[in-house]
Design a protein around this ligand. Structure first.
Ligand code: Q46
Ligand code: ZN
Length: 322
């Protein structure tokens, strides 16, 4: 097996591209995929301040490294979610990576700063753990980016993640979510611009990028991931990809090109009529945002009861997924 670019012996094949690469050319391929995503979707301009959401896993650390290699220096943001040893270990990987490369890592611990952790918030709000966790991360990523005046927030969602989310949204025809499923969400009142520069790279490519770049990352899965719907969707899509390489990319990029615009209006409608949360100021369809309500329930703090209408329920999705 020879490298497609330089004809030296290859170390990895990427079936989707029907290509194999040696180490330097594979790293170049990964950087090129990120550069193309940034250019194609106009994600960030030179000189803008970027914050990368970092979990200690291969995707976010790989992304942070590639962005820096491409000349987009970024600060990192790690959220301590209070998920037992998993959080302690993943936080250590993130910090060691930042120290090694001399990057700035911001650290928010929700137990220290908000008085609860994800398992407690999940029980108190009667949400599935990943729902409580996702709500907390989205809320805090945006809040920190806004507070410190970053122009753009980058997350490590890769092609496999995007395909699994799209699969779930299509399965239920979630029009609002489909309208927001795009590699860039522009800044709106109270929301920082959000980008997904890894949309052209698969999970296996990210793992290989980290190994071949000598980047240590947390390999173990989050203990709360079991039963997560997206893991099931990923298994289904992996089976399809195995038989027909390129299916995931065709699914995601076909949607972006041919179908996304049909749902964009549904997302805009849901984003209208948001006002500031009376507790934290974040945009919300009700008086108090879902994060502050979860915090209040988890910590036993009294807050005024909000009336939840079906319109509010729908709009809450907009708040969660921006
Ligand atoms: S960290 Fe959080 Fe994930 Fe763990 S609780 Fe679920 S969402 S699985 S990316
Ligand atoms: Zn709030």
């Amino acid at each position: 097996m020879k490298c497609r670019r330089c004809r030296e012996p290859a170390v990895i094949d990427v079936r989707r591209h029907n290509a194999a690469f040696c180490q330097p050319c594979f790293l170049h391929h990964c950087r090129e995929q990120v550069r193309r995503a940034i250019d194609e979707f106009d994600m960030v301009q030179p000189g803008e301040r970027m914050l990368v959401a970092v979990s200690g896993g291969k995707d976010s650390l790989g992304l942070w490294h590639i962005l820096s290699e491409l000349g987009y220096p970024a600060d990192g943001l790690y959220i301590g979610l209070g998920i037992g040893d998993y959080s302690d270990t993943s936080g250590r990987y993130a910090q060691e990576f930042a120290d090694r490369f001399g990057y700035t890592l911001r650290h928010v611990d929700i137990r220290d700063e908000y008085g609860f952790d994800v398992p407690t918030g999940s029980r108190a709000a009667k949400r599935a753990p990943c729902s409580a966790c996702g709500l907390s991360k989205r809320h805090l990523f945006n809040a920190v980016a806004m507070e410190h005046n970053y122009d753009v927030l980058a997350t490590g969602h890769n092609l496999d993640d995007e395909a699994a989310v799209l699969f779930g949204n299509v399965l239920r025809w979630e029009a609002g979510y489909l309208g927001r499923q795009y590699p860039i969400l522009p800044a709106t009142d109270g929301f920082v611009r959000k980008v997904k520069p890894l949309v052209r790279l698969g999970e296996r490519e990210l793992a290989a990028y980290c190994v071949l770049s000598d980047i240590d990352y947390i390999v173990e899965e989050c203990p709360m991931a079991a039963g997560n719907r997206h893991l099931g969707y990923k298994e289904v899509l992996n089976t399809i990809e195995e038989r027909s390489p390129g299916s995931k990319a065709a699914f995601v990029f076909g949607f972006l090109e041919h179908a996304h615009h049909r749902f964009a209006g549904d997302a805009t409608e849901e984003r209208e009529d948001l006002g500031p949360c009376t507790v934290c100021g974040a945009p919300t369809p009700g008086d108090i945002c879902a994060f502050c309500r979860m915090q209040a329930r988890a910590t036993g703090t009294r807050i005024p009861v909000t009336v939840t209408t079906s319109a509010t329920m729908t709009a809450e999705g907009a708040e969660l997924d921006h």
